[in-house]
Ligand binder design. Structure first.
Ligand code: NAD
Ligand code: SER
Length: 317
């Protein structure tokens, strides 16, 4: 990767991935785009353009003018927001991904596609979910993610495009708030722990989902995109995860730092049903053996860092 166009750059991942890429490849070599205006930090640290990923003409124009060799296609609508507006979710997530691939086909750029644990469904084996298994998701978000994975494989097989993807678990971070997903509780719990000393979870006690701290996710994206292609048996998309956890375990870990912290539950039936349709834990052996996936943060080290960073952030605001 030398010149990278990032879509959906203002989101939870983009606000950290863009600076990370700019540090690695040079500020001028990473074009951030989003359909919403950029923050001053994003705008002032390198090139930014407005782009709605459904607008193929504008997309191709930017990609060609910037001479990007890689598209990191982050633009999307997350699972809970998607269930509230399935038509919009399909349009942005499926049509937007098809548009990104068509533009990349025209210029020969490589494509990074962020799939999700949502690409699995209620009849997928839920524990140590294999890399290759049954994928019959029950959400429009998941259906669009499977579509994206298959399209990326198709563009690789048919046109030789260098498409690569990760099935991200729930990502936990402190720079931007999550954008309307089912795993968002695992971020909100840290903010409420610091600001209120308590948290009311919309996900039920005992509901396991895979999670990962953002620094490990950023490293995984670059590791995969820089991996020797001859080692890649799979491409779209690799299971990755750093921990399989449920709300009580996070609460227990937070109590090691804030002993009075308490958790209660007001379960949201929509997000709970989505969570129950996703795996409890993923088998990440393909990512480990094909390109050396090796996350550094576990629940204890992530919790210590999240609490410190959220405390600093809230003290500044
Ligand atoms: P987010 O919701 O925080 O950000 C998405 C960004 O896309 C927003 O800035 C939004 O303005 C932009 N966007 C929406 N519609 C657009 C359009 N039509 N054109 C251009 N931009 C548009 O999402 P995120 O958490 O940063 O996730 C990025 C990608 O990673 C998504 O595809 C998501 O499905 C995937 N993913 C995220 C997670 C996670 O836990 N954050 C987990 C699995 C997969
Ligand atoms: N964090 C994402 C969501 O909950 C998983 O893809 O929607």
């Amino acid at each position: 990767m030398k010149r990278i166009l990032v879509t959906g750059a203002n989101g939870q991942i983009g606000v950290e991935l863009v600076p990370y890429l700019r540090r690695l490849y040079g500020d001028a070599n990473v074009l951030a785009t989003d359909c919403r205006a950029a923050s001053p930090e994003m705008r002032d640290s390198g090139p930014f353009d407005l782009l709605d990923v459904r607008d193929g003409k504008a997309f191709l124009d930017l990609l060609s003018r910037f001479k990007a060799d890689t598209v990191m296609h982050l633009a999307g609508i997350l699972s809970a927001t998607g269930e509230a507006n399935p038509q919009l979710a399909w349009d942005v997530n499926a049509t937007g991904t098809f548009t990104a691939l068509e533009c990349a086909r025209s210029t020969g750029a490589a494509v990074f596609f962020p799939s999700s644990i949502a690409a699995f469904g209620p009849n997928t084996p839920p524990r140590m979910t294999p890399q290759d298994t049954l994928q019959r998701p029950a959400t429009i978000y998941g259906i669009a993610k499977v579509t994206g994975e298959l399209l990326c494989d198709y563009y690789h097989l048919k046109y030789g495009l260098d498409t690569r993807g990760l099935r991200f678990p729930g990502l936990i971070s402190y720079v931007a708030l999550p954008g309307g997903g089912t795993t968002d509780y695992a971020v909100h719990i840290y903010y409420d722990a610091v600001s209120k000393g308590s948290y009311t979870s919309y996900i039920a006690k005992g509901t396991f989902m895979d999670m990962m701290y953002m620094p490990d996710a950023l490293e995984a994206v670059v590791q995969l995109m820089e991996a020797d292609p001859s080692r890649l048996v799979h491409r779209n998309a690799f299971n990755i995860s750093a921990m399989s956890i449920e709300p009580e375990q996070i609460a227990l870990e937070i109590r090691k730092h804030i002993p009075e912290f308490s958790i209660s539950y007001e379960v949201d039936p929509v997000r709970q049903k989505i969570a129950e349709s996703w795996p409890d834990s993923l088998d990440c052996s393909a990512a480990r053996s094909e390109w050396g996936f090796s996350p550094k943060y576990d629940l204890a080290s992530m919790t210590a860092d999240m609490l410190k960073r959220v405390r600093e952030k809230l003290a500044r605001s």
